[in-house]
Design a protein around this ligand. Sequence first.
Ligand SMILES: Nc1nc2c(c(=O)[nH]1)N[C@H]1C(S)=C(S)[C@@H](COP(=O)(O)OP(=O)(O)OC[C@H]3O[C@@H](n4cnc5c(=O)[nH]c(N)nc54)[C@H](O)[C@@H]3O)O[C@H]1N2
Ligand SMILES: Nc1nc2c(c(=O)[nH]1)N[C@H]1C(S)=C(S)[C@@H](COP(=O)(O)OP(=O)(O)OC[C@H]3O[C@@H](n4cnc5c(=O)[nH]c(N)nc54)[C@H](O)[C@@H]3O)O[C@H]1N2
Ligand SMILES: [Mo]
Length: 697
Amino acid sequence: MSAAPTDPAVSHTPQPDSSVAIASSSEIRVVKGACPHDCPDTCALRISVQDGRVIKVQGQAEHPSTHGALCTKVSRYPERTYHAERVLHPLKRVSAKHEAPRFERISWAQALTEIGGRLKAIADRDPQAILPYSYAGTMGMVQGEAMAGRFFNRLGASCLDRTICASAGGAALTATYGGKVGMHLPHYAQARLILIWGSNSIASNLHFWTFANQAKRHGAKLICIDPRKTETADKCHQHLALLPGTDGALALGLMHELIAHDWLDQDYIDRHVDGWAELRERALAWPPERTAEECGLTADEVRTLARDYATTAPAAIRLNYGMQRVRGGGNAVRLIALLPCLTGAWRHPAGGMLLSSSGWFVPFKNPSLERPELRAGRPSRLVNMSTIGDDLLRQAGPDFGPRIEAVIVYNSNPVAVAPESPKVVAGFQREDLLTVVLEHFMTDTADLADYVLPATTQLEHLDIHTSYGHTDVLLNQPAIAPLGESKPNTQIFRELAAAMGFDEPAFLEDDTALVRQAFKAEVDFDQLTEQGWFTLPLAQAPFAEGGFPAPGGKADARGADYLPNYESRRSDPALAARYPLAMISPPARNFLNSSFVNVKSLRDIEGEQLLEMNAEDAAARALTDGQTVRVFNDRGSYQCRLMVSERARAGVVHGLGIWWRKLGLDGRNVNEVTHQRLTDLGRAPCFYDCLVEVAAA
Ligand SMILES: Nc1nc2c(c(=O)[nH]1)N[C@H]1C(S)=C(S)[C@@H](COP(=O)(O)OP(=O)(O)OC[C@H]3O[C@@H](n4cnc5c(=O)[nH]c(N)nc54)[C@H](O)[C@@H]3O)O[C@H]1N2
Ligand SMILES: Nc1nc2c(c(=O)[nH]1)N[C@H]1C(S)=C(S)[C@@H](COP(=O)(O)OP(=O)(O)OC[C@H]3O[C@@H](n4cnc5c(=O)[nH]c(N)nc54)[C@H](O)[C@@H]3O)O[C@H]1N2
Ligand SMILES: [Mo]
């Protein structure tokens, strides 16, 4: 079904395996796959195909980390793939950018010739004016950056600083441990105490929850630390609803109690921690009363948490990214990551903490998959994806470099997901900006494109995956031929390379070659192909005897401190007087960031864009459950449906995300009010550090 390119300039490029038509048969064939989505779980999939059509997507029961259970979203994968609104052929814009979007169908040959010509003209002046914009629409290494990276390196384009999700916590783990490493997922089942900290595991890390639930059945205590009373909090023994952005203070308060009660593992500290003496002084300034005042908890809650954590073994922390989307998010992660070093919890396989396991894969990966040598020493300006709004509106200048003239978007929907959308929209509305979007659907970003190129889904292409929640490599075999004229991202970049006249051998390699190059020989490719996954050979209690991947093998406590939010009663009282509500915008359970919002059966479960608010705050504003409200601050406003709910504590509202703007009540979403200031470490956005007011619409 895949259309061969008709342009002679590109027809020599090889077709990847995944676009070879797969013979149909009325028997049911089972294909082994991997879930591509941005989620810690990276499930092993079992895809049933009949007559060339996927009839069912299930989990693989034998996969030890995900054991056959799938979330509601991904079990609806066929509905997404065969969606009537899939983009199945190239499109060219025929309306102005500020008008309602209108597109006409064009051939691949025309699309490639025109885009190639326009990119070449920009690159002749300065290739740094061209920017890739991608994130984790698919987490696959091949359909992610393998071929795209080669293309942008050869072009000499600007580089994207991929910070939108996890880089504050990532930088913190690297500063503290020397890498993004932590406990192994299955060991949580043996823990006696689990702090589920800044994680709505049931919604966004379901397979961790299975292990936590096993521990609970064996008598472990589960404590949820989250401003929102989530469905995970409902199932834990205790819920501590701290104020957003105060986790660093809570960690210091716990350290205070560890010191005061002599609960430290001084031997572990002496041998495996650098800089404790200095941090110890800072922690002594956080007695339970001060900590409680800062966090919006009671002093008793702080004391009891410290006692539970220090006196139960093994004690495990499942930290997640929700708590690092604030100004002090990086330091908060550093402080929490030090807790198991102070109590010696790392001595046990079921003790320690996990924020991300992705660093465990690094030594096994091929560092030159994206062919960095193709850049050949040319400049590589780094543009932060989290400030794309400001950056698209910026003029050329000595500290910025050339104005951005072209953006090529793949695996991301920045117009919906990037902070401060009024500026992001204004940037993408520039008539002089060339925007090319590789997509499955007409997202808010595709609506502002000059060209939309149809991409294949995970059922239609080959890929290989790591995980940030477990330590298995997974292979995704294509189950069906590409729908319509869609092509894998890799193939689109190969053909764009050919249209630009790039003839290096790196652009002739097919997807099978890329999958085989992704890892070094230690990852057994035969086992991966046969079984569907390969488990990295790693130590069970990785830091029982220290040995952190940092230089010297020690955890580093130097400099870690608590920083309050940019926007809070304490840091900006004048702003807080006008906008007294702290807003967080964690994901709606049945969406995956902005993916799946257009899948009707899932959108029907979510209903409408919702704002959860405590009854006290609603009464103070004479607002009632179910009414349409306007959420606003100096940056912008959006309308949504009010849900008066016990899930919200007083003073904090939850704008559940991330809706497509055009499916929102007034064509906007929650990022209308978020800001573009960055975290203390990792240059990440502060989505959950945001003051607003709410009124009847
Ligand atoms: N169903 C579903 N699953 C997902 C996603 C999705 O959109 N939907 N997204 C995926 C992606 S990209 C990621 S990064 C992960 C995100 O999943 P997580 O890493 O778990 O992060 P969030 O969902 O942003 O937030 C988790 C929890 O942190 C809480 N929180 C907010 N602010 C604070 C704070 O200041 N302190 C503390 N202690 N808690 C706070 C929120 O209320 C929320 O319940 O999940 C992935 N899985
Ligand atoms: N207010 C607020 N904003 C947030 C967050 C929040 O909690 N609150 N969360 C943030 C986080 S954690 C993240 S990770 C970002 C996520 O932001 P993004 O990474 O942009 O994630 P999605 O919104 O899921 O968009 C991914 C897009 O990639 C497309 N896609 C999927 N597979 C492929 C493929 O194989 N090829 C191509 N070409 N396209 C594909 C999908 O159709 C989808 O439109 O959003 C951030 N934004
Ligand atoms: Mo994310």
